[in-house]
Design a binder for this molecule. Sequence first.
Ligand SMILES: [Zn+2]
Length: 281
Amino acid sequence: MDENASKTHRVAWQQIGRRGARVFVVVSAWLGDRLLDAAMWAVNLVRDLPLRLGRLALALWAGLVGVVLALPQARRAMSAGPGLRAWLADVPRRVIFWLVLFLFRVLDLVGVPELWSLLMRLTARVTPLTGAEIAAASAILGPTALRYADVRVAEGGLLNLIFRHNQGRAFTTFHTINMPTFGAHQRTNFAILLHELVHVYQYERTGGLYIAEAIYAQLTTGYNYGSPEDLQQCLLTGVCYRDFNREQQAQLVQDYYERLQANLPVAAYEPYIEEMRSGRV
Ligand SMILES: [Zn+2]
């Protein structure tokens, strides 16, 4: 073998070595992050146990109160209210709402959100928020609004199947923000990422139930909360941030950010943003 052939051989092996090292680093980082996901299930089981038990207790209490008050309410409906038939017609809706509440409280208690995240993150490319994203979100939501370090953005992989069928709309499952790699809801659109972070915030503040509430909002009143003038009117009539549905809450924050970027007036938004920052969601 002459000297040139030996050199070519050496360079080829060096390239293979470098590529192998890069793959090793990427796979190790991915594996480490998935192990962290598994650990977070156990961590959150313990860390959030008092909060989740408290929410479950409140759900049970609400159910008990509902049962105890059913008879007096039925009597009142018969005498002065909408009538017994209308009251009875509303019973299935209230029972279903309570069952959904109870179900989500139990699922939270056994750490289903973290288990779900663990499985979903195996099927896509998953990365933490960047420093710039955390800084930009902190400026709107507050620096300690949520556990930014626990948030992961999932892109590509099996998610492509979902995005092909939901018009490429980003969505949030607990601490995982699922974003398409095409269209208007890509990660580069920070306003959308911020909207999804509001859902993470809702999750941390109110539990996994926010998912049912957001889906219900999408199917009923939707995202539209009106104009800045409508917001001012809402303020005058005592409507709080938490009175808006989960999607309107996220949209309101997204619009606030976009208006700031466009140098548009935000006075009508600020009282609601303050309420959101104080955790009243
Ligand atoms: Zn949303």
